[in-house]
Design a protein around this ligand. Structure first.
Ligand code: AMP
Ligand code: TRP
Length: 334
């Protein structure tokens, strides 16, 4: 039986991924690649919507790819590639932009938030069409499911609308994908501000655990994580967001139930619990970090693997794009 197709991606927006990316995306991707025909991209074209130093963007792109592999995405099993290596993404994005409403794109909450924050002169057209490029990513591969965080759900809904509109107007060209939204238990919050999602672009470093950071630095951040004055290791998202967040991290990395961790630390203070969590995080991150550093030590080999995967991706993407060009009436090159 043919496996269902899965597509997801992440922007190369930092030198290191943070533990939220690891638990909320990479760990799930690693599991999903066993049952799906999975495509994972490093979406460097999307990253251009933020100001970037060119040399740094190149480095972040390699680093992000290396961390995918180090976390267990296998480039022989999944198709792991860099978005800009497959020109069909930009080409399909143009076609899709011609069937996207101006108002429709303007209703995307991520665009509204960002354009309000930066002001209209600092807001690029690229930021406006960002979701159209994301739709192209997904639709090129005849994708069945798209695992994403809930902030991306609206973009996947737009993707579905565009696929249906195109199919209705020009004939079947795209499979209509389903979003698979990340579970609340996979959402990680900032260690210093446990009401805010942990993010690569957090204002303060103190609340973010980086996959490639020095293990001692991560341990220190865990020991200083915000908790509460009750002193009991107990899951209660509303009243104890800090401790609950640490419990979620502990459970996600060990595969244990939260209740069993609560039992283990019953009657012991937060110090013991944090020490235990620091050990868990260090044990998990150390081999990932070592493998990523290994891969980054031989960029030529990493680039070679990415090129092979890009060729595999292009085969699928080019087939969809050719069909789309034909459907809309572009003259074939003789
Ligand atoms: P970002 O770094 O925001 O581009 O996120 C890339 C992916 O990582 C998204 O698909 C999210 O699902 C996941 N992710 C990012 N931050 C978190 C977090 N704090 N908790 C869980 N998942 C996250
Ligand atoms: N916009 C997504 C994010 O910020 C990244 C992304 C780009 C993506 N293209 C995609 C995710 C296609 C899933 C499928 O997280």
């Amino acid at each position: 039986m043919k496996k269902a197709r899965l597509y997801s991606g992440m922007q190369p927006s930092a030198d290191s991924l943070q533990i939220g990316n690891y638990i909320g995306a990479l760990m799930q991707w690693r599991d999903l690649q066993e049952t799906y025909d999975a495509f994972f991209s490093v979406v460097d074209l999307h990253a251009l919507t933020q100001p970037n130093d060119p040399a740094e963007l190149r480095e972040k792109t390699r680093r992000t790819a290396a961390q995918y592999i180090a976390a267990g995405i296998e480039p022989s099993k999944s198709t792991l590639y860099v978005q800009s290596h497959v020109p069909a993404h930009a080409e399909l994005a143009w076609i899709l932009s011609t069937i996207t409403g101006f108002g429709e794109a303007g209703r995307m909450t991520q665009f509204k938030d960002k354009s309000q924050r930066y002001g209209s002169d600092a807001t690029s057209v690229g930021l406006f069409t960002y979701p159209v490029l994301m739709a192209a990513d997904i639709l090129l591969y005849q994708t069945d499911i798209v695992p994403v965080g809930d902030d991306q759900k609206q973009h996947v809904e737009l993707t579905r609308d565009l696929a249906e509109r195109f199919n209705g107007r020009y004939g079947e060209a795209f499979r209509v994908p389903m979003p698979v939204i990340q579970q609340e238990t996979a959402r990680i919050y900032d260690l210093q501000n446990p009401l805010a999602k942990m993010s690569k672009s957090a204002e303060s470093e103190a609340g973010v655990l980086w996959l490639l950071d020095d293990p001692a630095a991560s341990a220190k951040k865990i020991m200083r994580a915000v908790t509460d004055s009750e002193g009991a290791v107990r899951y209660d998202r509303e009243n104890k967001p800090g401790v609950s967040n640490l419990l979620v991290i502990y459970a996600a990395l060990t595969g244990r139930q939260i209740a069993s961790i609560e039992d283990e630390y019953a009657g012991r203070g937060y110090g013991d619990f944090k020490k235990g969590l620091a050990d868990v995080v260090m044990a998990e991150f150390e081999p990932v970090r070592a493998r990523a550093m290994d891969l980054l030590g031989d960029p030529a080999e990493l680039d070679r693997v990415l090129a092979i995967n890009a060729a595999r991706a292009a085969e699928v993407a080019d087939e969809t794009l050719a069909k789309v060009y034909d459907s809309v009436g572009l003259l074939r090159r003789a």
